[in-house]
Structure formats: C-alpha cells, structure tokens
Design a protein around this ligand. Sequence first.
Ligand SMILES: Cc1cc2nc3c(=O)[nH]c(=O)nc-3n(C[C@H](O)[C@H](O)[C@H](O)COP(=O)(O)OP(=O)(O)OC[C@H]3O[C@@H](n4cnc5c(N)ncnc54)[C@H](O)[C@@H]3O)c2cc1C
Length: 351
Amino acid sequence: MLSEQSAATLRATLPAVGAALGTITERFYTGLFAAHPELLRDLFNRGNQASGTQRQALAGSVAAIAEVLGDAVTPEAAAAWDEVYWLMANALIAVEQRLREERGGHTRRTWEVVERVAETADVATFRLRAADGGPVRDFLAGQYVSVRLALADGARQIRQYSLSGAPGPDLRQISVKRVHETGTPDGEVSAHLHARVRVGDVLELSEPYGDLVLDAGPDTPLLLASAGIGVTPMTAMLTHLAGSGHRAPVTVVHADRSPATHALRADHEAWAAKLPGAAVHLWYEQDAPAGTHTGLADLTGVALAPGTRAYLCGPLPFMRAVRTQLIAKGVAPADIHYEVFGPDLWLAGQA
Ligand SMILES: Cc1cc2nc3c(=O)[nH]c(=O)nc-3n(C[C@H](O)[C@H](O)[C@H](O)COP(=O)(O)OP(=O)(O)OC[C@H]3O[C@@H](n4cnc5c(N)ncnc54)[C@H](O)[C@@H]3O)c2cc1C
C-alpha cells in the first residue's frame, strides 16, 4: 500500500529514525499526554477510538520525528513518514476492531436467506431477514457483518462480508465471491455459501462493524475506487449518497477482469447515475465496451476536485497503485481510507 515515492524515502531515513527512536518515543508521549491528559487515565479507550482523538493524538508521532531529527527531515521525508503513520493507523485499528468484535461476545442473530441472486459466475448475493422478526439496527454504508457458520466437518468458521446494499429497515445483503484459484485450496466459507446456502436457510450474523464508512457532508468531493469484489462497500456507499442528497462531485472508479466478472455492475452504474455530480471510470482487462478503458486502472487522466476524500477497496496491488497516484495528485494521506479483504500487508514487497 505504501506509495513508491515514499518507500524509497523511508528506506533512506530509516537508519536515522531507528537510531533516535528512544528520544522520539519519549517526546511523542510527553506531547501526547500534555495534549490529552485523559489518555493517562484510560489509555486508548474505546471512546477515544470512536471519536478519532486517538488517531489525531498518534499523528503527533510524525511531528516528534521532525522535532528530534531537525533539519535532517526534509518535507519529502516528513511526507513519507506521515504516509506510514496513516497506513499503520488504518491497519492496527482494523485488526483491533475485528479482534474485539470476534472475542467480545457481541450479539449474533439468526438471519434467513430470503433471496439469492447470481451476480456473476463467481459472485452471489444473499438477501437476509432477521429470523426473529425483531427490530434491526441501522448500519453505516461501508460496514461489514461477520458470518459464522458450521462447515460440513462441523468446524465453526467466521468470515467478514461487507453489506452491499443500502441501509434498509429490515433486509441486509452480502455479496460473496467464491474463492477458487488453480493451485490453492478452495476458500472454505465462500465455497460453502455458494454450494450449500439457499433461500430458506439461515445464517448467523454479527451486528454491522467497520471503519470504512463514509464520513462526508453533502459538499465533500469523493472518490470511490474499487476492483473486483471490492465493489461491495462501494455500492452501499453509492446508494446511501444517492438517497442523502449528496451534491459534491463523486468520482467512481472500478477495475475488473471483464464486464462479465464485474459484480453488482448494474447497481454500481445505476446508483452513480442518480448522483448529480458523478463521473464513472471503468477499466476492464478484457472485452472493454465502448466508453470504458482497456487494461488496469490508471487515474492519470482522472480529474479530482480539491479536497477529495478517497475510499478504496480491492486487491493490494490495485490499492497501492491508486494510492500512489492519489498522493501524487495531492490527496492527503489522511483523506485516503481503505479496506483490505484479508491481511493488511501494507509494506509487502517493499522491504
Ligand atoms: C472487512 C472485510 C470485508 C469483506 N467483504 C467481503 C465481501 O463483501 N465479499 C467477499 O466475497 N469477501 C469479502 N471479504 C473476504 C471474506 O471475509 C473471506 O476472506 C473470503 O470469502 C475468503 O474466505 P474463505 O473461507 O472462502 O477462504 P479461506 O478458506 O479463508 O481461504 C483464504 C485463502 O487462503 C488459501 N488457502 C487456504 N488454505 C491454504 C493452504 N493450506 N495452502 C495455501 N493456501 C491456502 C485459499 O486458497 C484462499 O485463497 C471481506 C473481508 C474483510 C476482512
């Protein structure tokens, strides 16, 4: 995920930062507790996490690096460390949230599959209604649920799936890609859902969670960039934006193997079309129809309004490429939010 320009700068400045780490840490915590004495009472509590105070406070670590290393920190090096900070914050917060959710004993409910839709050869949407008929909590566009199910051998497994439809009064929907690649075993849960779960069956779902939620007023320009099954949180966000009177420009970017593998394509385009300021840019590696591009996503010619807030979801190489281009276009690292549908190997291949 780290942009290419920052990776080189980080490699060059790492020895100096490493040598001064003791002093940097001391300065950082002194400054942090002076600015937020409440953290001393309840270090990194949930409230701080939810309100964003913890993130802002931790951002001071970058300032501490600049303070200790003085003139050695060029604007380029500061920008690179700033980028690392936001990547780490995103990864650690996501991991902490999932651990808390999995171990915290949050309530789970049973949901009945009321509709199953084949989106593409490998992606199926399951529409679900709470089996107890009780009230259903609203969710924020971009959140996911954890699905827990018993596999054929009796093993209980949990996997996360983004809610791919609009927050609604009683229905929830997830869209699941069947994981089957040559040379590796089929994905356990996705294969089970595809092969065995039909209308009338029930699934156990957690309440909705997740940090990749839209945090933007109607006048904030947005970029929603996805690839492959990363489209799922984006369709939920688009339905929400269309229903909430979003006015500012929304740039929709999606990349896929072909139009036939582009899950939720009709929803993706239809909801974008309902927004007054939306521009849709599609890339397909094969069979690109007129008006779309052939090949991998490339944002070179895509104009972004100043102050654009970006939401990314897709395979790591896609997100790394898009993130690099966004930073080169002047989008602040703090304004780039992303979800990884697996381990967040944000420095993978760059060491
Ligand atoms: C927040 C979040 C949201 C998500 N939203 C969605 C969504 O909307 N839609 C969606 O489809 N997915 C989503 N995912 C991904 C989803 O949670 C699962 O990770 C995905 O369905 C694969 O799970 P699985 O049980 O099918 O595969 P697993 O059984 O967990 O396998 C995962 C991978 O490991 C490989 N593997 C397993 N065992 C071995 C082995 N012995 N040797 C080598 N390789 C092996 C498999 O081949 C496969 O590629 C999301 C994930 C997260 C974290």
